[in-house]
Design a protein around this ligand. Structure first.
Ligand SMILES: Cc1cc2nc3c(=O)[nH]c(=O)nc-3n(C[C@H](O)[C@H](O)[C@H](O)COP(=O)(O)OP(=O)(O)OC[C@H]3O[C@@H](n4cnc5c(N)ncnc54)[C@H](O)[C@@H]3O)c2cc1C
Length: 120
């Protein structure tokens, strides 16, 4: 193994793997990923795989959408399935204000189709 590299990414969880992927995608070649155990053996191993694009911060929502699209990109490049199975989800709102906020945050596909006109 080389003793000197331009970038050493420490930790082979989803974040480290993503950093390494994006570095190489940007053209960096003198890079290495160092993992003390097995790749993805940390928190990443335990993740339930829940992904969504609704977030109060629009930049985080964009990042989440980017991540979902990234799995498709990786599958196309590698020719291997990531095992991602996208389903739909339901977000409940207990007030008109919350429903309006969710409607504003999410992509058009997440807009509520029906609103309750309760006075509560
Ligand atoms: C039970 C559970 C369920 C979850 N469900 C979801 C979910 O549904 N959706 C979601 O988005 N997130 C979920 N998460 C959160 C998600 O798993 C973490 O946010 C994510 O995996 C963190 O990735 P990471 O790469 O930062 O950390 P890790 O996956 O922990 O990776 C860090 C790696 O660094 C290595 N390391 C540490 N120190 C060193 C060192 N000095 N030298 C070399 N290697 C080192 C570790 O061995 C480890 O492999 C869940 C987490 C848990 C615990």
């Amino acid at each position: 193994m080389k003793s000197h590299v331009q970038v050493a990414v420490i930790g082979g969880g989803v974040v480290g793997a993503s950093v390494l992927y994006h570095l190489t995608k940007a053209g960096w070649r003198d890079v290495v990923l160092v993992e003390r155990n097995e790749l993805t053996s940390g928190s990443t191993w335990h993740a339930a795989g829940g992904m969504h694009t609704i977030n109060g911060d629009p930049n985080v929502a964009k990042l989440q959408q980017y991540t979902i699209n990234l799995y498709k990109e990786i599958e196309e490049i590698s020719g291997q399935s990531c095992g991602v199975h996208l389903t739909q989800g339901i977000t409940l709102a207990a007030s008109q204000e919350r429903a309006a906020a969710i409607s504003a945050w999410g992509p058009s596909s997440s807009r509520p189709t029906r609103r309750r006109s309760s006075s509560r």
